[in-house]
Design a protein around this ligand. Structure first.
Ligand SMILES: [Zn+2]
Length: 81
């Protein structure tokens, strides 16, 4: 389904594309979906780099605010400055 044809599954209205942002110490990245349940490394961080993972695209309904998430294998776009 193309992005233009995506409709809210609650009220059927238009969805605006966006993304979920993760904040870290000095870093901000779009959220990624990681396959499997969360596990800690021996340093207490989340283990993820050897797992299947994809970017997450978020679409918010312009009327009711419902947010729908889609996994996306496309790489990030680079903004030209
Ligand atoms: Zn809606």
């Amino acid at each position: 389904m193309s992005d233009e044809n995506k409709k809210c599954t609650v009220c059927g209205q238009k969805l605006d594309e966006g993304f979920l942002l993760d904040f870290g110490y000095g870093n901000q990245y779009p959220t990624r979906w990681i396959k499997g349940p969360p596990e800690k490394t021996y340093l207490g961080m989340v283990a993820w780099s050897d797992r299947e993972n994809v970017g997450v695209r978020a679409f918010k309904c312009v009327i009711c605010g419902h947010i729908e998430l889609y996994g996306d294998a496309e790489p990030w776009r680079t903004k030209k400055i």
